[in-house]
Design a protein around this ligand. Structure first.
Ligand SMILES: Nc1ncnc2c1ncn2[C@@H]1O[C@H](COP(=O)(O)OP(=O)(O)OP(=O)(O)O)[C@@H](O)[C@H]1O
Ligand SMILES: [Mg+2]
Ligand SMILES: [Mg+2]
Length: 285
């Protein structure tokens, strides 16, 4: 992913047409067939095949022969495509450095004339990672691309719903698998030593309550998804969040609260009763 900017600059209009056609047609085809590119980009079969080979060489698409030749995005291809769209919309002007690379995302900082310093999170759901190329999970006939875009959309929607009510980074834009938010100057909870852990735990519980009141359960809350600074705290990382009322919402909520309580007990010896906190969060106490 480090070379994403270089790859990005090397794309021609014809490459872009191919990538556009993959994006537009991936809902119907796991691998978008050559004839679609021929039609949508007005190019000969040889030309299309040449471009697909070139894009595969850049690791932007994966080509597959079944009854026909077809192409789909790699994680990198989808990310470059989403980046193009963000730049075109003037959401960001320059991609910066990688801030973090996990199994389900790659996070960059970026500069935006309009929004200042921002964070671009490229979602990666289901794509076999560089470490586990062989491991292919069964997602039916939906390509990873579709699932990954869905995950980014879910995160953006949750942030939009919560911003202004609970303490989350300001959501700025969503394109493809990329979600842009404001950059928060804070560190992950597990990386700091708190001076007033009881107080911070109260603040976190308050955020969980506000999110619940707004109809959202985080679903992956832990010391890794809470950022803290002298100024306050922020909850991040929402792709797996669910609506209150969803069949797994209560289970997710209990796990979220339990993760937080367990962390504070282990790291600081601060104790809280799980059921009491759950009642408080749900407005029953
Ligand atoms: N708005 C932000 N401001 C500052 N840092 C951020 C922001 N968003 C994300 N980060 C940093 O990037 C890291 C990864 O972001 P996030 O938790 O959203 O992705 P992730 O899906 O958890 O990645 P992983 O696969 O590691 O679980 C965060 O732990 C945090 O350090
Ligand atoms: Mg995270
Ligand atoms: Mg995560």
């Amino acid at each position: 992913m480090q070379d994403i900017v270089e790859v990005y600059s090397a794309l021609s209009r014809k490459d872009e047409c191919i990538m556009n056609a993959i994006f537009e047609n991936m809902w119907d085809f796991e691998y978008v067939p050559v004839h679609v590119f021929i039609r949508e980009c007005g190019m000969s079969e040889e030309k299309v095949e040449g471009l697909l080979r070139r894009l595969a060489g850049l690791r932007l698409v994966e080509n597959k022969y079944t009854e026909y030749l077809g192409a789909s995005f790699t994680f990198k291809g989808l990310s470059v495509f989403s980046l193009k769209r963000l730049v075109r919309r003037n959401v960001i002007d320059m991609l910066g450095k990688i801030m973090g690379e996990g199994k389900e995302s790659v996070v960059f900082n970026a500069l935006s004339e309009r929004h200042g310093e921002v964070v671009v999170k490229f979602h990666r759901v289901g794509y076999p990672s560089f470490k586990k190329v062989k491991e292919k999970r069964d997602y039916g006939t939906l390509h990873y691309t579709v699932l990954t875009i869905r995950s980014a959309k879910r995160e953006f929607q949750a942030l939009k719903r919560l911003y202004g009510y609970a303490s989350v980074p300001r959501p700025i834009a969503w394109e493809g698998n990329a979600v842009v938010t404001e950059l928060v100057d804070a560190r992950e909870l597990n990386k700091v030593r708190l001076e007033e852990p009881e107080h911070v735990l109260e603040l976190i519980i308050e955020e969980i309550r506000k999110m619940y009141e707004r109809g959202v359960v985080h679903g992956d809350l832990s010391q890794f998804n809470i950022l803290v600074s002298e100024e306050g705290l922020w909850i991040i990382d929402f792709p797996q969040s669910v609506d209150v009322g969803d069949e797994v919402a209560e289970e997710y909520l209990e796990r979220d609260v339990s993760n937080v309580i367990t962390y504070f007990e282990r790291a600081y010896g601060v104790k809280k009763d799980l059921n009491e906190v759950l009642r408080y969060v749900k407005g029953e106490a």
